[in-house]
Design a protein around this ligand. Structure first.
Ligand SMILES: Nc1ncnc2c1ncn2[C@@H]1O[C@H](COP(=O)(O)OP(=O)(O)OP(=O)(O)O)[C@@H](O)[C@H]1O
Ligand code: SF4
Ligand SMILES: [Mg+2]
Length: 373
């Protein structure tokens, strides 16, 4: 297996352009109930209207602080959770309310890698049985039998095929994550949602697993949504990155654009906390320390949800919600006073209203691309 990687900034081959996943205004409000009758008294607004799309062969990174709704978004796409509102289109089909029976054949194409490689593997089952389970569940016979298929998969993820009869506890954390990845790959899925795939691993092993995911993507033409709170993991693996804050996407852009020209103050703050490997460049970036805690999703702040922690906040930020709009080509941000651009979300919306035929961004976002140049 080739583990030598190109520098993070080198552009990866462009995805072929065909949309595989479209998420439109997706939301999940968990009811909070009280009393014997379990009357609903409030709702946790875990995800509150997110829209993005993923093209075949592309990797979209989804980042944000703990509790911002990343896993809930991933679990809704997998249909492990029913969305409260919005729409999910996978491979051209609306799966938002599809019954579990009708979803079953699609489950082959839609797989998830979990954060904790140990708890996601049954300790009483051998590796052969764990990795072979998807074949049996889907009643799929392979040409040379399930055992051969599983051994090929173990080899593909860099494990010894002879270890077919071993149990999960006989492997290291990194090897267990490889077992999880092998299981995920068993049915050659079209889309893999990797929820914090390396955060439970030692730093030394994290790079190996990230490189493995990249190698497999090239080899098997996979499409990923990679969820992480660590911006450095997402930077390495993603083509585009969406930044979430309190259940909303606040910025979405091409990886290089996002890291070099972040527009949303929250993205700036997150980026300022990422260690810079090159000592010569370390002095150039000032660490922004966010004040206070993330507010509760039970009662998120009105208008711009980030205003309680934003050093640029003005009255309008507390009164008018800035929409997520395209402020430069392919670069969306939701802010009244964005950085690295001369237009704001409000300008972009006003411009789109004056010229309704103007080009729109991802998922129909209003565009200020012309005025941004
Ligand atoms: N089943 C549930 N019932 C009620 N609230 C929930 C439920 N699942 C998640 N939440 C809440 O929804 C919000 C988003 O949770 P989620 O797990 O999606 O966050 P996350 O971004 O994945 O965080 P982390 O980085 O810690 O994994 C949190 O406030 C969480 O407490
Ligand atoms: S809209 Fe205002 S409060 Fe929100 S991120 Fe932008 S400047 Fe900060
Ligand atoms: Mg999570």
């Amino acid at each position: 297996m080739n583990n030598s990687k190109a520098p993070a900034e080198e552009a990866r081959p462009a995805a072929d352009g065909e949309l595989l996943l479209e998420v439109d205004g997706l939301g999940k409000h968990f009811p909070v109930t009280s009393g014997l009758l379990r009357r609903q008294i409030a709702a946790v607004k875990a995800v509150d209207g997110v829209s993005f799309s993923v093209r075949k062969g592309e990797t979209l990174g989804l980042v944000g602080e703990s509790g911002c709704g990343k896993s809930t978004t991933g679990r809704m796409i997998m249909r492990l959770l029913d969305p409260s509102f919005g729409k999910i289109t996978f491979d051209g089909r609306d799966i938002t309310r599809m019954s579990q029976g009708r979803l079953r054949p699609l489950r082959r194409d839609l797989q998830m890698i979990f954060q904790d490689p140990y708890s996601s593997l049954n300790p009483r089952k051998t590796v052969g049985s764990i990795v072979g389970a998807p074949f049996r569940l889907q009643k799929i016979e392979t040409e040379q039998g399930v055992k051969k298929a599983v051994q090929d998969l173990l080899e593909l993820v860099g494990l010894n095929p002879e270890h077919y009869n071993r149990y999960p506890h006989e492997f290291s954390g990194g090897q267990r994550q490889r077992i999880g990845i092998a299981r995920t790959l068993a049915l050659k899925p079209k889309l893999i949602i990797a929820d914090e795939p390396v955060s439970a691993l030692d730093v030394s092993v994290q790079a190996q697993v990230v490189n493995l995911l990249e190698d497999l993507q090239d080899e098997l033409d996979l499409t990923y949504v990679v969820i992480a709170h660590d911006l450095s993991v997402v930077r390495h693996i993603s083509d585009r990155v969406a930044v979430m804050y309190l259940g909303k996407i606040v910025e979405l852009a091409d990886r290089t654009d996002l890291y070099e020209r972040p527009m949303h103050p929250y993205t700036n703050a997150l980026l300022s906390a990422v260690p810079i490997p090159d000592p010569a460049q370390r002095g150039e970036r000032k660490r922004i320390r966010l004040q206070g805690d993330v507010p509760s999703p039970l009662d998120p702040p009105p208008a711009c949800r980030f205003h309680t922690r934003c050093w640029k906040a003005q009255d309008i930020c507390k009164q008018v919600e800035p929409p997520l709009v395209e402020l430069s080509p392919g670069h969306q941000a939701a802010c009244h006073f964005p950085e690295n651009t001369t237009v704001s979300a409000t300008d972009a919306v006003a411009k789109a209203a004056v010229a309704p035929g103007a080009a729109s961004g991802d998922n129909g976002a209003a565009s200020a691309t012309d005025s941004a140049q």
